[in-house]
Design a protein around this ligand. Structure first.
Ligand SMILES: [Zn+2]
Length: 237
């Protein structure tokens, strides 16, 4: 069984080329007032009077189905909370500081894209990467200048993108719609690498996961035949 919580970030180290494309040292442009690594959590949405959203977010609905697959593949228990006015945002758990393990998922984003499970899976997989990451533990933004903060945030976002690439393969979704979404919403935040870099990270991680599965398949079924043990192990990954 492969765990991807300790991902070896090949994708994070795509080379100095990636570093050069980063926007360095810019002042925050995404509403941050205080020195901080994240944004303020959004307001949870009350969906109890909206039958369509109740169904989508239910255990048997689209979000519940994706959540279940993600929890199994990542072996990390997070909670999805319907939220207002966002696409998605992760609130990782920080022992002693923040009760997290939550992913806020925008209700209108889900409603609008309910016929596109690959996109919703991609967004959730990225946010799950933030839950898994230990990036925030022991770091204090107050001690750093904005250049350093933005550098660390880009690194964290790259980690989440790489994680998303791998996780998408494991849960049987393609990364194409996540990538299209990023292209359409590329913005000016210094916390992200540019679109081409993010696309490269996601695709590299996705393809790396394919390569791993193929290697596992060859080990368990060297002649191309089906080995009962191998089939089961691969199916469980
Ligand atoms: Zn992110």
């Amino acid at each position: 069984m492969s765990r991807i919580d300790k991902i070896d970030l090949n994708a994070r180290n795509l080379g100095s080329q990636l570093r050069k494309t980063a926007r360095r040292g810019a002042a925050p442009s995404d509403g941050l007032q205080q020195k901080n690594f994240g944004e303020k959590p959004p307001s949870p949405a009350d969906i109890s009077k909206d039958p369509e959203l109740m169904k989508l977010f239910s255990q048997r609905g689209l979000v519940g189905w994706l959540e279940d697959k993600i929890k199994r593949a990542s072996r990390h228990k997070g909670y999805i909370i319907p939220a207002e006015d966002i696409t998605a945002m992760a609130m990782p758990h920080i022992p002693g500081k923040q009760d997290g393990n939550k992913v806020f998922l925008g209700t209108e984003f889900v409603r609008k894209n309910q016929s596109n499970p690959d996109l919703i899976a991609g967004v959730l997989a990225h946010e799950w990467g933030h839950l898994i990451s230990d990036f925030l533990i022991g770091r204090n933004a107050e001690d750093m200048d904005w250049g350093r903060i933005n550098e660390l945030r880009r690194e964290e976002e790259s980690y989440a993108d790489a994680y998303a690439g791998r996780l998408l393969y494991l849960i049987g979704h393609k990364p194409d719609d996540l990538i299209k979404h990023l292209a359409a919403h590329e913005c000016c935040s210094p916390k992200y690498f540019n679109f081409e870099t993010r696309k490269a990270i996601i695709l590299t991680a996705f393809n790396e996961q394919i390569r791993r599965q193929e290697t596992a398949a060859r080990i368990f079924a060297p002649n191309g035949g089906s080995h009962p043990l191998g089939s089961r192990l691969i199916a469980e990954v």
